[in-house]
Write a protein that binds this ligand. Structure first.
Ligand SMILES: [Zn+2]
Length: 406
């Protein structure tokens, strides 16, 4: 495949892909795509999702309060017990196709292992067109649910060890759950990615515990703090102290601004807090901050379509970014996510696996402004030309992923 007339880092370039690898020259009889001066960026990275129960909004009674608490309860009691292997395979194919045609080539998904959902996702993930990491997610709490043994087993087969300390019964159990995740990650040589401080409670302070353990173990680059919505409500003196420790520890942060705006502030009357992590402050201080979608069409968030440019746009809006910072938000859906997920060989270069998106825009600025799905997505031997339609049943996901046969 030859992609002509694309803009890469301000220069107009031609790119060649042979057998899924970026090469210096192309065969003469292969597919030729004229990018028409559109910008090319590396494949989008979505480091926080829950794909195992995406597109299950109709599998239980509606979440009438809109709270995370009711969403989790409905999921565990009504939705997850209904998810057979076939159902998981069918929906995983649809949701990953949807993500792929939206430009996502790498995704991390947090999966509950109770009722076997995580194992079903691992079994089905080879049939998807993108690179997927699975997190053993002990929701709603490893001690609260007394699932320590199951968690130990799940951590052996997952790519990443999860946690949810604010979901445990007490503060002390939350601290213990952080320690447990670090010890399992150490024993099994895994990365860590926790749901941490996903509340509006300014007294939810488990990020400091994760940061402390990261410094003690010297593995901050392999650790991700997801959500951290409580930081929105922290006293600024405390946040300033925490921020300097975060920078030292090198921990990654993943914020999911769209779903956090939907879930947080639910217990406030007006004015309602936005409940999104302090993305801009952390980025400016040098913390590696990436953005994710979180839930798509399920009991926790009824909307969503996997458009990472829309996620970037919402981050811009909710945290008062300014025009000169738009490029840094493009990094939050590409390079920063790749760093958080420790993806080797990420980026567009000769000899690497083909992994890029031809944006429907001539610059990163324009792409985030219009948030249009990309014109072309290439990952290894797979590519997608855009054709997206989507309903809550997921039965009309029409984007197709082709085999690159030239
Ligand atoms: Zn989540």
């Amino acid at each position: 495949m030859l992609i002509r007339n694309a803009k890469l880092g301000g220069k107009t370039v031609d790119l060649c892909v042979e057998d899924g690898i970026m090469t210096s020259g192309c065969r003469k009889d292969g597919t030729v795509v004229d990018a028409g001066g559109r910008a090319i960026v590396p494949g989008f990275v979505n480091p926080h999702s829950h794909l195992g129960y995406s597109i299950t909004l109709k599998y239980g009674r509606p979440n009438e309060s809109g709270t995370l608490h009711e969403g989790i309860t409905r999921n565990l009691e009504e939705v997850i017990p209904k998810l057979s292997c076939d159902d998981v395979r069918r929906r995983l194919k649809k949701i990953t196709t949807l993500l792929f045609v939206n430009g996502v080539t790498h995704v991390r998904t947090h999966e509950p292992f109770m009722n076997g959902l995580m194992y079903k996702v691992i079994k089905a993930k080879e049939e998807t067109p993108l690179d997927m990491q699975v997190v053993a997610f002990p929701t709603p709490g490893v001690y609260r649910n007394e699932i320590e043994e199951e968690f130990r087993k799940a951590s052996l087969v997952a790519d990443v060890v999860g946690m949810i300390p604010h979901g445990e019964r007490t503060f002390m159990e939350g601290v213990e759950s952080v320690k447990l995740a670090f010890s399992l990650a150490r024993e099994n040589n895994k990365m860590i990615d926790g749901h941490v401080d996903e509340t509006d409670d300014p007294n939810s302070r488990f990020t400091e515990e994760v940061v402390k353990e990261s410094i003690r173990n010297g593995i901050g680059e392999k650790v991700t703090v997801s959500h951290m919505t409580a930081s929105h409500s922290y006293d600024s003196w405390y946040f300033d102290k925490l921020l300097s420790m975060m920078v030292n520890s090198k921990v990654n942060v993943v914020s999911n601004p769209v779903v956090s705006m939907h879930l947080q502030g639910r217990y406030d009357s007006y004015p309602k807090r936005r409940g999104v992590a302090r993305i801009r402050q952390m980025m400016r201080a040098g913390v590696n901050v990436a953005l994710g979608t979180d839930n798509i069409v399920d009991m926790i968030y009824p909307l969503g379509e996997g458009n990472m440019l829309r996620v970037a746009q919402e981050a811009f809006l909710v945290d008062h970014f300014v025009s000169s910072e738009v490029e840094s938000i493009m990094n939050a859906i590409t390079w920063n996510g790749a760093k958080a997920m420790s993806i080797n060989g990420y980026g567009i270069a000769e000899g690497r696996k083909a992994d890029f998106v031809v944006l429907n825009a001539k610059s990163a600025y324009e792409a985030i402004r219009n948030a249009l799905p990309p014109a072309l997505v290439v990952y290894g031997k797979h590519y997608a030309v855009n054709d997206i339609r989507f309903s809550m049943d997921g039965d009309d996901v029409t984007g197709t992923v082709e085999d690159l046969t030239d």
